[in-house]
Every structure is written in structure tokens, then in C-alpha cells.
Write a protein that binds this ligand. Structure first.
Ligand code: FE2
Length: 257
């Protein structure tokens, strides 16, 4: 337990430091266009929908999507570490005029490293063949993975998550459509309509990056023609090793009134 707590505190400390170092620079780039909306999808964690009801905070009345913290790489009380490549996602939430939005609530949810959501509706194609290698992939839950979490932006509008790169998964096998690794985001800020979007991956150190970029190019949601080129680029976050060797990327979010 102590080990887990210290790991958690370390993450908070390092995220805070990085946020301070990057704050001013990030802001200048944040507000050129508002963050594109993307589909909510069928796997948002509601009461009764997860196969494993992961709840780190059992406070009465707390909805399950708000019951977990911003480190998805382990589950308090369960033990073990989530499988998959660990990443840190940091960013600043602003309005269109570049003003940082404090107290914005950011909820994320995603699949396991083998592309399985912790959701009762994700029960089809539990086994599929890799479209290039032909290798069979078993889509499985990972009990040490937290699957969803939440964070609140600080006074500078900054937030952070630690998680893993999710697996890709079949969206429509007949049409050979595979969803690239992505993380669902829901952002609520006072005075703004709720924003729902998805974040995608790139980076030389991301496992199978070339294949992931092919999937990004072919993904119907990311390539939706209603997105501007800039909006599309902003959804694909580049991950590079930070000084501790963990892959880290910046996903800034610009809210539209
Ligand atoms: Fe999804």
C-alpha cells in the first residue's frame, strides 16, 4: 500500500512540475481552433454497465464515472500494474481567447491494452485477426487496469493523467474498419457546453507506431470531413520520453462557448 501511495504522489509531483515548466509555452499554441467534437461511443461507464465495477472511491451517491482518480495504471486495493505501454497525458483547458479554465472536470475512458472495454456492450469480436500479420488477438479485460478516471484542471487550467496505450479493435470487420488506439474525453467547464471528444496517438517510441498511423489515416471518425486539418492534427498527440523515460504527450483542449 505504501509503495502505491508513494508512486501516486510522485506522479502528482512530477505532473505539477512539468505543468509549471510548460504552462506559458503551451498557452500560446492552445487557442487557434476549438477542439473538435467526436462521438461519445457506446462504452461510457454508467452505473451497471461495466463488467468489473471499478470504484476506487466508494462515497455514497458518487457516480461510477467519477469514482476513480487520474492514474489508470493500477487500481487501489486490487494490486498489480496495468499491462501495456505507460503514458502521461498533460494539457491545458482554455476558452477560445486562451484564458485558462480552472475547475474543469475531465473524464476519460478507454479500452485495455488488447482493445477491450470494461463494458457489458463490448461483447462481440472478442477474438480477431490482426489485419496485417494474421495473428489472433484476444480482447481481454485487465483487472489491474482502471479503465476510466477523472481529473480537475488547476488554477492554470492544467490537468494530467497517467494511463496506458489502448489496443486497436475492430469497429466493423466486414468493411475492415479498425479503431486506432484512442482515449475518450468528456470535459465539463462552467459556462460551456459539455465537450466530448477522442484523443489519438503518434510517436516513434509508441509500439507499432507505423501501423497505428495507418489506422489513423483510415479511421472514419478521425478523418471525418467536418474536422479542419488543424482540428484533426490537434487530436493526434505526439508522445516522447520525458526525463524519467516515461512517454509523455500534451493534449490541449479549447472549449467553444
Ligand atoms: Fe472507443
Amino acid at each position: 500500500m505504501n509503495k502505491k501511495l508513494s508512486r501516486r504522489n510522485l506522479f502528482k509531483a512530477s505532473a505539477g512540475l512539468a505543468g509549471t515548466l510548460l504552462g506559458g509555452k503551451a498557452l500560446a499554441q492552445v487557442c487557434s481552433s476549438t477542439t473538435a467534437r467526436q462521438a461519445l461511443g457506446p462504452f461510457f461507464p454508467n452505473e451497471g454497465t461495466p463488467e468489473i465495477p471499478v470504484k476506487e472511491d466508494n462515497s455514497p451517491g458518487l457516480p461510477i464515472h467519477l469514482a476513480n482518480d487520474n492514474d489508470l495504471t493500477f487500481v487501489r486495493g486490487i494490486g498489480g500494474h496495468a499491462q501495456g505501454q505507460t503514458v502521461i497525458i498533460k494539457g491545458t483547458v482554455t476558452d477560445e481567447d486562451c484564458h485558462p479554465l480552472s475547475n474543469a472536470r475531465i473524464v476519460i475512458w478507454q479500452a485495455s491494452h488488447t482493445g477491450k472495454y470494461n463494458h457489458l456492450r463490448d461483447g462481440t469480436d472478442t477474438r480477431f485477426q490482426h489485419p496485417e500479420t494474421g495473428q489472433w488477438i484476444e480482447r481481454e479485460l485487465d483487472p489491474s487496469f482502471q479503465f476510466w478516471g477523472q481529473s480537475t484542471s488547476d488554477a492554470n487550467g492544467e490537468y494530467a493523467f497517467k494511463t496506458i496505450v489502448p489496443g486497436f479493435y475492430p469497429a466493423d470487420l466486414r468493411n475492415r474498419w479498425y479503431r486506432p488506439p484512442h482515449i475518450h474525453f468528456m470535459i465539463s467547464a462552467m459556462g460551456f457546453p459539455q465537450l466530448v471528444t477522442q484523443m489519438y496517438f503518434k510517436g516513434e517510441d509508441i509500439n507499432n507506431n507505423d501501423f497505428i498511423q495507418e489506422l489513423n489515416q483510415k479511421d472514419y471518425l478521425l478523418q471525418d470531413s467536418s474536422l479542419s486539418e488543424e482540428q484533426r492534427n490537434n487530436l493526434v498527440v505526439e508522445f516522447t520520453p520525458n526525463p524519467e523515460g516515461t512517454l509523455e504527450g500534451t493534449f490541449n483542449i479549447t472549449m467553444k462557448r
